[in-house]
Write a protein that binds this ligand. Structure first.
Ligand code: NAD
Length: 257
């Protein structure tokens, strides 16, 4: 797979799935811009490590994906992009009547509205070049629901709708827009949910993993960041040029149930 000459921006890519996708795109030859809001020395060092590992250009640009202007500025500062992976995301688990309003607003902003802004900023340049790939990291929760995740499920269903709309607006211009819908992947985001789930369900860690999380995943295995990265690289390939406006589940069979 040769993505040489293509510049990719991956939002929220200093850990977890975003980092896995950035590694996979760099491994396929793309120039990669990684992002988070943290702007620490280790974020810049991470970019240098990925660059050295794959022999491609990798830079780090700090931008807070809860801020629309910052989302657009990320695309501008990168000099536009050929590949845009909207991955930044957060989670909060609570019954709807106790769901903090600030958490609802933050999840909708980071998990949904940020993609509106980055796509609006990146799409015109892709259309002009006649080539582009937009990959939105949605979730099995973009296709189905779980209790106590109202904001996350609403945002992820929203991103699936946004994916379809952008695909139609980009059709015939060499630009595709698709969503990857992972099931459970053991990343810091999922690790952080385990204590809340233990409290909510009154279970220990191993029981929550087995009976709450992987109970939905018929393979009984977590998906890996490498598998999500490989799926993103496939969506960027020429073989995928007629795949647009759709979702690809990487969920061990969760949404087949
Ligand atoms: P993670 O916590 O490891 O990574 C989240 C990334 O988003 C980090 O790089 C973090 O720095 C970044 N981020 C958070 N807030 C940000 C902000 N305001 N501005 C910029 N960057 C910000 O989590 P993950 O599991 O790798 O999640 C990545 C994406 O995958 C999310 O959209 C998540 O909803 C989705 N997803 C994860 C799973 C899973 O099981 N892990 C399943 C389905 C979908």
């Amino acid at each position: 797979m040769n993505l040489q000459g293509k510049r990719a921006i991956v939002t929220g890519s200093n850990s977890g799935i975003g980092l896995g996708v950035a590694e996979a795109l760099a491994g396929a030859g793309a120039e990669v811009v990684i992002n988070s809001f943290t702007d620490r020395d280790e974020d810049h060092a991470l970019a240098a490590e990925i660059a050295a590992r794959h022999g491609v250009e990798v830079s780090y640009i700090a931008a807070d994906m809860s801020d629309g202007a910052a989302c657009r500025a990320l695309v501008e500062r990168a000099g536009g992009c050929d590949i845009l992976v909207n991955n930044a995301g957060i989670q909060h688990v609570a019954p709807i009547e106790e769901f903090p309003v600030a958490q609802w607003d933050r999840i909708i902003a980071i998990n949904l509205t940020s993609s509106f802004h980055t796509i609006a900023a990146a799409l015109p340049g892709m259309r002009d070049k006649g080539w582009g790939r937009i990959v939105n990291v949605a979730s099995a929760h973009g296709l189905t629901a779980s209790p106590y995740k109202s904001a996350y499920v609403a945002a992820k269903h929203g991103i699936v709708g946004l994916t379809k709309t952008v695909a139609l607006e980009a059709a015939g211009k060499g630009v595709t827009c698709n969503a990857i819908c992972p099931g459970y992947v053991l990343t810091p985001l999922v690790e952080a949910q385990i204590p809340d789930q233990m409290k909510t369900h009154g279970m220990d860690r191993e029981t929550v993993i087995r009976e709450v999380m992987l109970d939905r995943q018929p393979s009984r295995e977590f998906a890996t960041v490498e598998e999500i990265g490989g799926t993103a690289v496939f969506l960027c390939s020429e073989a995928a040029r007629q795949i647009t406006g759709t979702t690809i589940s990487v969920d061990g069979g969760w949404t087949a149930l």
